[in-house]
Design a protein around this ligand. Structure first.
Ligand code: WT7
Length: 677
């Protein structure tokens, strides 16, 4: 049966950068036929200190039989990203335009930053970094809340050619330490702490723990630059609740962070004397811009590396077309800068378009469950970009909380992070968007740098749950198990035939792993790790991961990563982790534990294991279920049959053929031990 189509409203289409399917098809076709001409034209909007060599504008190899995989855009060109995002906007008369409105966790805390001020602060901080010995090519780790100093720190790195690696400030000290070690960063930027809803996170303490851990591995963190964020809040005592809801002192007292005089400095002290101008370092097109770690299916995080020129033009172009951004619009992306969404669609894409955006520090549930809707009305937001898990969690509170607010300025709604279910799509469309906004269900990955499959608001007729069609320059294919291309309707592995400018270039320090992870399975194609279906109208429907990865509330993680943490516990002989569907999070973690001989599997052990995962990876990774598994279903060669474990987790008795198992009775036993979750 054909799904209902939702057409872009005609007013939006009339004004849109791309206002019809004919125009989309024309542009997509020319982007594929002549990438050099297509992206060359776009590149003219930016400043290049030296131009690209024309016949070297685009080159790549996706064929392992011909040698190493490489992707190069705009060879010969040099530029500076912060110059294009800031100086260029100031010079063109937009200096007084607001770049960012900042909305704090507490509604009383807010501020704003113009393009001119953002440029000044960026230069000042670039000079601070220089004074700490940071230069071209050095790595800088950023572990910060969503405050204005976060984009300033990122942009300051780009000013001097340093490579930033932002670590989401919800990660544990172990995860932070791993990332500092892998990137070999000498400088860490953080804040004393932050309130998220009613919870206080003491970030500097976590950094201290991470610093101790890296020292034990023989790595020295030379500087830690700390924003005194808690201290300057309007309401520094915050809510009287402290860590875990206990009243254990004011935020001021708690922010009395420990200090290493040789290493730690306050951001404001350093900024005081720093000069407000800093000549940009001209970077080659393929010089690294940033590293962002993402989960890998083997457990060790992968340092996805993005470079300069291609990323800039791709972030700028996707932002412009996918959100249909026009001057005067107010754009808000709820993602944290610790994720790729925050890189491309909080910082780089919006600023490259001279846009005005909202940055929000808090949570959708504080002080009330309508905080998102209040912010949309407060700033008259026109484009709102969020995640299906957030939508589902807000749906729970009922429609009246949305209806209390006007939301009349909205034009485009975006979704990212996982497939959006029809119910959430329709709620977003009808209730939040009043049936007049286009929904951009944007499929992409940390690795893709920007949107790769997405509707364009003024052009694409929407089907709820379909990411629809490829963006300019993107050539998706569906492959069967044997790597044959599926034409027309069908379902298979989602792969891409050639690179677009914003695609990652390598995994930092491990090009071999880059090739193995993404190109080995189907030579000649970039393999996303997702499955997808193409319907009779050519619409693409991403169905989710087909590797051992799972997506909890839009956070991608690997089952292996969680298994290795669980297996470290002295009472655990073996652990197997699978995903189970969850009404709000999308997926959750379901863990099977084989205790060591003589150990009792009790609530205490379950609690310890949950805590261990929280501590080692981060709170978002906490398992929902821990099941006793005296044995695991294995083949005779010892391979764990996760397919069967997924069925057991789901309570689905339709397990299929078990004859390959070394011991078939295990299945029945595991069903009996299944906890009520
Ligand atoms: C994985 C990438 C892209 C920024 C946030 C996540 C899933 C993402 C969609 C979507 C279906 C989606 C995929 C993908 N995913 N967006 N619109 N429809 N699935 O970045 O952590 O690198 O995760 O998220 O499974 O592979 P990431």
């Amino acid at each position: 049966m054909a799904e209902k189509m939702y057409y872009p409203n005609s007013e939006l289409a009339r004004e849109a950068h791309c206002g019809s399917m004919e125009q989309y098809k024309r542009m997509h076709e020319s982007s594929i036929k002549d990438p050099t001409q297509f992206w060359g034209e776009i590149a003219k909007q930016f400043y290049w200190e030296t131009p690209a060599i024309e016949d070297k504008f685009f080159s790549y190899n996706f064929d392992l039989s011909k040698g190493d995989i490489f992707i190069r855009w705009m060879e010969g060109a040099s530029t500076n990203i912060s110059f294009n995002l800031l100086d260029k906007n100031v010079k063109s008369g937009n200096g007084d335009k607001i770049a960012f409105y900042w909305e704090g966790n507490d509604p009383e805390d807010y501020s704003r930053l113009t393009y001119r001020k953002l440029l000044e602060e960026t230069c000042r901080f670039a000079n601070v970094l220089k004074s700490k010995g940071v230069s071209n090519g050095d790595k800088v780790v950023i572990y910060m809340p969503m405050i204005l100093e976060l984009p300033i720190a990122m942009l300051a790195c780009t000013r001097i050619g340093a490579v930033h690696s932002v670590v989401f400030a919800g990660y544990s000290s172990d995860s932070l330490a791993d990332r500092i070690l892998d990137s070999k960063a000498k400088v860490l930027i953080t804040a004393d702490g932050v309130w998220r809803g009613e919870k206080l996170l003491l970030l500097k303490n976590i950094c201290d723990e991470a610093a101790d851990k890296v020292t034990k591995h023989g790595h020295r963190l030379e500087s830690c630059i700390v924003v005194a964020h808690l201290r300057r809040l309007n309401n520094p005592q915050g809510k009287t609740k402290g860590v875990n809801g206990t009243s254990n002192g004011t935020a001021m007292e708690m922010a009395n962070v420990s200090w290493d005089d040789d290493r730690d400095v306050w951001w404001h002290d350093e900024m005081e004397d720093a000069e407000a101008s800093c000549y940009p370092v001209w970077m080659a097109a393929e010089d690294p811009l940033f590293i962002l770690y993402t989960s890998g299916s083997t457990g060790k995080p992968k340092g996805v590396l993005h470079t300069t020129a291609g990323y800039l033009i791709y972030a700028a172009t996707t932002f412009k077309y996918v959100f249909d951004y026009h001057p005067g619009d107010i754009y808000w992306c709820t993602a944290d800068c610790g994720w790729i969404t925050g890189h491309t669609y909080v910082v780089y894409g919006p600023l490259a378009n001279g846009a005005t955006s909202v940055i929000f520090e808090g949570t959708p549930f504080y002080p009330e469950n309508d905080r998102y809707w209040s912010i949309i009305d407060k700033y008259k937001v026109t484009q709102f970009y969020t995640a299906p898990t957030a939508i589902r969690s807000l749906m729970k509170f009922g429609d009246h909380l949305v209806k209390k607010h006007s939301l009349s300025t909205l034009k485009v709604l975006g979704s990212v992070g996982e497939p959006i279910n029809t119910e959430a799509w329709l709620w977003f469309y009808n209730l939040v968007g009043h049936g007049k906004c286009s929904i951009a269900d944007t499929f992409w990955q940390t690795e893709t740098g920007g949107h790769v499959i997405t509707p364009l608001p003024g052009a694409t007729p929407m089907k709820p749950g379909s990411a629809t069609f490829p963006f300019f320059g993107v050539l998706p294919e569906l492959l069967d198990e044997d790597g044959r291309v599926i034409e027309g309707e069908g379902e298979g592995y989602l792969v891409f035939r050639r690179p677009w400018p914003g695609m990652m270039r390598t995994l930092y320090g491990n090009h071999q792993r880059f090739q193995n992870t993404y190109f080995d399975r189907f030579n000649g194609f970039y393999c996303t790790g997702d499955g997808a279906r193409r319907d009779a109208d050519g619409y693409l429907w991403v169905t989710g991961r087909i590797d051992d990865m799972l997506n909890v509330s839009g956070h991608l993680m690997s089952t292996a990563e969680v298994e290795s943490v669980l297996a470290e516990h002295s009472s655990v002989a073996e652990a197997a982790v699978v995903s189970k569907s969850h009404p709000v999070k999308g997926q959750c973690l379901y863990c099977f534990i084989t205790p060591t001989a003589g150990t009792t599997f009790d609530e205490k052990l379950q609690g310890e294991l949950k805590r261990k995962v929280r501590e080692r990876i981060g709170p978002f990774a906490q398992p929902d279920a821990i099941q006793h598994a005296p044995a695991l279903p294995k083949t005779r060669s010892g391979k764990i049959m996760r397919r069967m474990l997924r069925k057991i987790a789901a309570g689905d008795r339709n397990i299929g053929d078990t004859s390959t198992l070394a011991d078939e009775t295990v299945i029945q036993l595991l069903f009996e031990l299944r906890p009520c979750v």
